[in-house]
Ligand binder design. Structure first.
Ligand code: ATP
Ligand code: MG
Length: 506
């Protein structure tokens, strides 16, 4: 079409544009739809721009549309600085107000060199309208909307108040306000800076976490669920729970503290698991105490069950029995079965004071990818505590403390306690370190006394068992002697009887 023809048509189109709303009511009802469609067709033919509307609520079930939420969060972070009219709101799961563009406001955005415009309508029917040139349709509908979704979700996750969940007993799962998990705000202050442990080990853990966080594509490529398992073990007070809090803060994850003793069956465990979200840590503390989860014991019980119920078994019954209790295989399925892949970006952490008590199947590499030992306080760990508690990195008393720590097992919890002087908050570092030295010396004395007592007890036990063995031997000798005498006696009687019988026959 030539420029002259365009010049001829343009005024007609403009007049149509203004005329249509006026004449709309005079068009017969049957024709109205047809004319409206035609009118829009003509308009869109000459309009080089396309529009996408993102409504707050989806048509079905009145559910809030995730794309709308993501767009709102995205606009708050990426474009709100360009708007003059803003609006702030506080959502339930965050303590930071969300400031985003307000009604009738339009802001531009650029993606891969393409300019788009966002327009907000915040009236009763809220929506965002995204306008872009038709020739960028594929880019906007595909990549740009995905980019909005991802960025928006990230902003929401960063802003949200992180939560600490615990599982409710199954009796509370049904009815009004029922929930599998109940939660409080997660506000533990522990960080990797405040954790006292060997710096190299700490670095290793942090590197592992970073690799995991950035490994979405890698896990996909190798065909593995995006999850990681850590086993934390060590004596009480060495920082296992503190480490979990530090990991959660570092990763900005929620924490699901799973109380296994409240879970009755494998089916319950599966339901509990399904109700967790991604970007979370699922923790089972003191796994050795939570359940009788050793394979051997399970096998023994199964054998016994087999003997008792073999004759009574019906088809499908075996399966029912398995589901009716929580088993080791149920727990393994929870860690790395098919269900474990749902949600993604998840860390499972077990803690124990007794590594040797755990079934090897539960903690083998691949299930628990990293075994982290939290040990008694070393000098390196002490230096972290001194820095955190007293703000000192060097002191004359450090050498004495280093020697003492090499002589006695002190947990970081004990050392931390020793560094805190209860009488006054204003004591200087020297006074606190002296107090710690006193505490370590007392602990050393106690440990010495305990060792002596244990040695004495071991000696007494050994003597007792020696005495018992001696008595047992004497008793068995006596019995053997008596037995021999008895059998000699019997032999004599038999001989006598035989002689009498022979005499009788003769
Ligand atoms: N490695 C550590 N670094 C810093 N603080 C520590 C460390 N270990 C222990 N603490 C301090 O001691 C207290 C007890 O530690 P925590 O509860 O983490 O020990 P735990 O290993 O989980 O013990 P348990 O086996 O009894 O559960 C914490 O409040 C923390 O302040
Ligand atoms: Mg603990």
């Amino acid at each position: 079409m030539g420029a002259e023809s365009w010049a001829g048509i343009a005024p007609t189109i403009v007049s149509l544009f203004f005329l249509y709303p006026m004449v709309k009511d005079h068009i017969p009802f049957q024709l109205r739809n047809y004319v409206a469609t035609l009118f829009h067709k003509v308009l869109s033919f000459f309009n080089p721009y396309a529009v996408i509307t993102i409504q707050e609520y989806r048509a079905e079930y009145w559910q809030r549309d995730e794309l709308y939420t993501a767009a709102q969060a995205y606009l708050s972070s990426a474009c709100s600085s360009l708007a003059c009219k803003l609006k702030a709101e506080l959502s339930q799961d965050s303590d930071t107000p969300l400031v985003t563009i307000d009604n009738y406001e339009e802001v531009p955005d650029t993606f891969k060199g393409v300019k788009v415009w966002w327009y907000a309508c915040m009236q009763s029917n809220k929506f965002y309208r995204l306008t872009f040139h038709k020739r960028h349709r594929n880019l906007i509908e595909g990549e740009y909307l995905k980019h909005i979704l991802k960025q928006g979700r990230d902003v929401t996750l960063r802003r949200r108040q992180r939560r600490l969940f615990t599982n409710s007993p199954s009796s509370k799962w049904y009815g009004y306000r029922s929930s599998v998990w109940s939660h409080v705000a997660f506000e533990h202050p522990a960080t990797f800076d405040t954790i006292a442990m060997d710096p190299e080990k700490k670095r290793e853990i942090i590197d592992d976490l970073v690799t995991f966080r950035e490994g979405k594509e890698y896990y996909k490529q190798i065909g593995k669920a995006w999850k990681r398992g850590y086993l934390l073990y060590g004596p009480p007070g060495t920082g296992k729970s503190t480490m979990i809090a530090a990991i959660a803060n570092f990763m900005e994850y929620d924490v699901y503290d799973l109380e296994l003793t409240a879970v009755k069956t494998n089916t319950e465990l599966r339901k509990i698991f399904i109700e967790t979200t991604g970007k979370s840590i699922i923790v089972i503390e003191d796994i050795d105490c939570s359940l009788d989860l050793t394979g051997k014991r399970k096998e023994k019980k199964k054998e016994k069950d087999d003997d008792e119920k073999e004759s009574k078994k019906l088809p499908g019954m075996e399966e029912k029995e398995e589901n009716s209790k929580l088993t080791l295989s149920g727990l393994l399925n929870f860690i790395d079965g098919l269900w474990s892949a749902c949600g993604g970006e998840r860390i499972v952490i077990f803690t124990t004071n007794h590594l040797e008590k755990l079934d090897p199947a539960l903690i083998r590499r691949g299930r628990m990818d990293m075994h982290i030992e939290l040990s008694y306080c070393t000098f390196e760990a002490f230096k972290v505590l001194a820095k955190n508690y007293l703000r000192v990195e060097k002191h004359d008393l450090f050498d004495t403390i280093q020697t003492l720590l090499g002589e006695v097992n002190m947990t970081p919890a004990d050392v931390a306690e020793g560094l805190m002087l209860k009488k006054s908050r204003n004591k200087d570092a020297g006074a606190c370190l002296e107090n710690l030295i006193k505490v370590i010396e007392v602990a050393k004395e106690e440990a010495k006394r305990k060792a002596e007592l244990e040695e004495l007890a071991a000696k007494q036990k050994e003597e007792k068992s020696k005495e018992e063995a001696k008595q047992k031997e004497e008793k068995s000798n006596e019995e053997a002697k008596q037995k021999e005498e008895k059998s000699n006696e019997e032999a004599k009687i038999e001989e006598k009887e035989l002689a009498t019988t022979v005499d009788g026959i003769n």
